[in-house]
Design a protein. Structure first.
Length: 213
């Protein structure tokens, strides 16, 4: 055990050594614990039994150990593991810096959440415009449809796939499969952008039960 340390560091090192001396045991006799601590500390240890007992009392106040009466003898119960007291306590400056960073992160998250909500609301509006456009250009009566005719959700999925590839593929899909929707969807693409249109198409796909195949 090194004694070229600051008082707080030395105290923490001794406390870790005491917890380590328990080994796998949860409860250990005080006398046995002291002997095990001396063996683990090596010949350089200058701690007396009284000093050792004072460290145990301080550790009790910190919630690291608790005294117990075991088989009529003084014993101690370990309440923590070694890793729980290895962390070095933060300085007041570090604490203030930590709090400031936490507050900054919280503010950034709130701004991000507001932006995300606004984006989702906009995508739902665009999704409604897409649905209205498709309703206008597709047959009104589902009864008259043949089994092989695509449904509205099939076209939404087709537009989504093609737009994922490129803007050109998207327009080609419209021109080939829904020519009457070509101009209104092209205007929507130019005004809302590819990313927003993709998100809006995904919104419709997620609620596709409204338009079953």
């Amino acid at each position: 055990m090194s004694y070229g340390l600051h008082a707080e560091d030395l105290e923490r090192e001794i406390e870790i050594g005491i917890v380590r001396a328990f080994g796998w045991a949860v409860i250990e006799f005080e006398a046995v614990l002291f002997q095990k601590f001396l063996v683990m500390s090596g010949p350089t240890s200058l701690i007396t039994e009284d000093m050792f007992r004072k460290y145990l009392f301080n550790m009790e106040a910190k919630g690291y150990v608790a005294p117990v009466d075991f088989q009529g003898k003084k014993a101690w119960k370990r309440l923590v593991i070694e890793l729980e007291i290895e962390e070095t306590a933060m300085t007041p400056e570090e604490v203030r810096e930590f709090i400031a960073k936490a507050q900054e992160t919280s503010t950034t998250k709130k701004k991000r959440d507001v932006s995300s909500d606004r984006r989702m609301k906009e995508s739902k509006k665009v999704a409604e415009r897409i649905i209205r456009t498709l309703e206008q250009v597709m047959p009104k009566s589902k009864v008259s449809k043949k089994p092989w005719e695509p449904t509205m959700i099939s076209h939404v999925e087709g537009m989504h796939r093609s737009l994922t590839e490129s803007k050109h593929e998207f327009l080609q899909y419209l021109k080939k499969n829904i020519p009457r929707a070509y101009e209104p969807m092209k205007k929507m693409l130019n005004s809302s952008g590819e990313e927003m249109l993709l998100l809006s198409l995904r919104v419709i796909e997620s609620g596709q039960r409204a338009y079953p195949p």
